[in-house]
Design a protein around this ligand. Structure first.
Ligand code: DC
Length: 276
């Protein structure tokens, strides 16, 4: 795990398989288990990717996590799941029985847990106060509570600083990074030379999420769709499509096609030494 130097944060760890399931089901996208495997030719030496930041934004179920991880593998970049940092803080608050409907309580807690996020696309990790929370942060309870936590300005200030530091650390190490979330192209890394915004129809997003949560007997497509609509409303303030982002509608695309489009976009930008 890449230890974040500003480790006054806490977090959990999640395996590639768990993460894949959380964002984008393998059933919907058969290549999801081995993102990047379809692009063996797109494996340049890491040094070639030095300085490259790829911002991947989009709503839940748009496929951004699996696609972002696949791109990172294909281009040998690091990978940052910013949503996991909001989830980690939310898990910490819930596990302590904190009242997350009280903005004052949430704001005061923003910097208390020590969150550590890994940047290996093959095994992204997330820890809170040293505990692996990769599984718990994907629970429905956390999913349905995280938007309220992510809306608190103190939380965003704290976690965005952490996310920027992780990106800066990658660049300082001569690496590149794919960062995914809601506001990467607009707020976290507005200078990223490659920006994509993934979308998908509401129905397909709900189907993907339902497949991800197949182990939960209470979850039907209708339930997922209702929860998704609620989350979309709550997340709307945080989500912004950068004016210079390329929109990719993943509704009818294979995961391999989505990864291929983003890799091709990065290749096109490369001629300009990663400048826009
Ligand atoms: O991508 P995700 O579902 O794991 O994100 C979890 C929550 O965090 C979601 O409600 C939106 C929020 N989020 C955010 O506000 N900004 C980001 N960059 C990433 C996620």
């Amino acid at each position: 795990m890449t230890k974040h130097p500003a480790a006054e944060h806490s977090a959990a760890e999640h395996s590639a398989a768990e993460h894949s399931a959380a964002e984008h089901s393998a059933a919907e996208h058969p290549a999801a288990e081995h993102p990047g495997a379809e692009h063996p030719a797109a494996e340049p030496p890491a040094a070639e990717q030095s300085g490259l930041v790829i911002a991947v934004d989009g709503p839940a179920g748009s496929g951004k996590s699996t696609a972002a991880r696949g791109v990172a593998r294909a281009l040998r970049l690091r990978y940052l799941d910013t949503g996991s940092t909001y989830r980690a803080l939310t898990w910490w608050l819930l596990s302590r029985g904190q009242d997350i409907s009280d903005p004052g309580v949430v704001a005061a807690s923003a910097g208390r847990p020590v969150i550590e996020v890994g940047t290996d696309p093959d095994a992204p990790e997330i820890r809170v106060d040293g505990r692996d929370v990769a599984g718990p942060i994907r629970s429905r309870e956390v999913s349905n509570a995280v938007s309220a936590v992510a809306a608190i300005p103190e939380v965003r200030r704290h976690l965005i600083a952490m996310q920027r530091a992780i990106i800066a650390e990658a660049l300082a190490a001569g690496a590149g990074i794919v960062a995914e979330g809601r506001d990467i192209g607009t707020v976290v890394a507005p200078d990223a030379p490659v920006k994509v915004f993934l979308t998908a129809s509401e129905a397909v997003r709900a189907r993907r999420r339902t497949a991800d949560l197949a182990a939960d007997p209470d979850v039907t497509v209708a339930v997922t769709r209702a929860e998704q609509a609620q989350r979309d409303r709550s997340d709307a303030a945080q989500m912004a499509r950068a004016a210079d982002a390329v929109e990719i509608d993943t509704t009818a695309l294979d995961l391999a096609d989505v990864i291929g489009e983003i890799v091709a976009l990065a290749d096109r930008r490369k001629a300009g030494a990663w400048t826009t």
